[in-house]
Design a protein around this ligand. Structure first.
Ligand SMILES: [Mg+2]
Length: 212
């Protein structure tokens, strides 16, 4: 699992000069509880694309952090809102997340020979669009295509109706900006649960974003 994070970290650091102009979020919050129904209604947001590790729970956590649980249950239970989960995790962690977060649409985008294939798992229903076997190469944040595929999986919501919520400038926030979607940056939840190398990369991207 760590290898997945190292791959992403290496790629993000290499792309930092290019990404740097795309890493400022629309909103900054301490944690996900600021993204409540009143906030979403005020900004005309009908679909939220959530990062997981460091946003909803600690690194490779097995449940939504207890202090965020009631808040997230209320949001996931609101039938006027749609929720997607987009994580840069590996396949094992993805399958685990489908069990941890059954009420959201878990989205994965694969770089298949015939063009991108979107995998969506929601309430136990696992679908591929277009149908057919993907190859193993998952497209990761900061891909704009991944955010747009998520919007499509949420019933074709427009960019102006979406919000990406995450704790990383160079993946979560950059993917939103590249897709023309608003974003909310939250402080990394339980940063000390992340591998040291990831913590260092987080520090570097925070500096690149002008944060200390
Ligand atoms: Mg994260």
């Amino acid at each position: 699992m760590l290898r997945d994070w190292l791959d992403t970290t290496t790629r993000v650091l290499r792309d930092l000069p290019r990404l740097r102009q795309h890493i400022q979020p629309t909103f900054r919050f301490q944690d996900v509880r600021a993204v409540d129904r009143a906030f979403l209604a005020r900004h005309g947001i009908r679909g939220v694309i959530w990062d997981v590790d460091g946003t909803l729970m600690a690194y490779h956590g097995h449940a939504i952090a207890s202090e965020f649980g009631p808040h997230m249950s209320a949001l996931f239970g609101d039938t006027t809102l749609q929720h997607a989960i987009v994580s840069n995790c590996d396949e094992t962690r993805f399958d685990e997340l489908t069990r941890i977060l059954p009420d959201a649409a878990l989205i994965r985008l694969y770089d298949a020979p015939g063009g991108p294939v979107t995998r969506c798992v929601r309430r136990g229903v696992d679908s591929l669009e277009p149908a057919g076997p993907p190859n193993a190469l998952a497209i990761r944040k900061p891909s704009a295509a991944l955010i747009l595929a998520s919007a499509e999986a949420l019933g074709g919501l427009g960019a102006e109706q979406l919000l990406v919520v995450g704790d990383q400038h160079c993946t979560d926030i950059a993917s939103a900006n590249l897709a023309g979607v608003r974003s909310a940056k939250v402080a990394t939840y339980r940063r000390n649960t992340f591998p040291i190398i990831v913590q260092l990369a987080q520090r570097l991207e925070a500096l690149a974003a002008g944060r200390r």
